[in-house]
Design a protein around this ligand. Sequence first.
Ligand code: TRP
Length: 373
Amino acid sequence: MAKESFTVTPWEVKGDIDYDKLIKKFGVQRISNKELEMLDRLAPLHLFLRRGMFFAHRDLNVVLKEHEKGKKVVLYTGRGPSGHTHLGHIVPWIFTRWLQKAFKAKLYFQMTDDEKFLVKDLALNKTKNYAKENALDLIALGFEPKDTKIIYDTEHIDELYPFALKIAKRTTFSIAKAVFGFNNSTNIGLSFFPALQAAVAFYAQEREGGKDVQCLIPCAIDQDPYWRIARDAAPYLGYPKTATILSKFLPGLSGPAGKMSATDEANAIYTTDLPEVARKKIMKAFTGGQATVEEQRKKGGNPDLCTVCQWLYLLFEDDDKVMQQRLEDYRAGKILDGENKKYLADKVVAFLEEHQKKREKARDVLDKFSLTS
Ligand code: TRP
């Protein structure tokens, strides 16, 4: 078989991702009109659903049906802190806030401050510190302490451990090797870690009323391997299977391939970037334009290759009519790259200015969100 030209695992995303292939490879479902209609009955569809940023799922149909019959839903998502938060990270969190209102659900948010310590060359006090910094970004998106609990693995391990143990006992090393690509040089901390990430799904169900509660996980599709472990273990623990709603990756600014990596600074915009720094990054972004202005006026640009168009489409231009018109004009050569970049940069700067204010305010309430507060 030909080698895939892309890689998607929980610890590595690279190449030009073919999402149709990925759906088949992972064995997940594409979100259908049926699910969209059911979601629309709960709340007007979020941009991420209208534009296909969230595109796949496992058992979302089950959750929606059960919810219509009156069953309770609990949400679970998380972050493996290894640095500051960038815009790609907050895509699922923004969507989680929408889901939280739509389902009137509690959210459990796991900060795996152990994960990147195990995977990367990062000190434990660094990952713990980033966990608190990243939590500020979550809180800034409008979550409230009464229905949002943040779990820090290194602080709250006693709560998760019984659940992790039960999952670990049911997960053989050969399954873990197949699902995560572990090998003989994988450290043994990492080989246990998936049990801990899966544990929160059941922990959240247990806290919110037990076996009848449905757990729905909004996240990027690279996390899917964990949920295979969780779903396999669910019958042994006696819970309904973990359901997911999965997103694509926000493309990086320097080109359409892969996700917005946290290791290439200019490729990503961080929530902590000074607005002028963010503007500069956007002004240097990879576009779908032509070599010269004359050529672009004549031939038009290609929005499919253009990270600026993509960021507008996927995240920053909520108005469907305006977006439609802009894409048309870009293709026709009526909108040039400089202008398009400025249009995006203005939106990003406005977002950052707001977000950064809220982020600073969040410091005062950070402790209230902690699982054990
Ligand atoms: N492994 C995730 C990361 O590296 C963090 C995480 C923990 C997570 N639990 C989650 C992500 C649940 C999504 C859903 O960022």
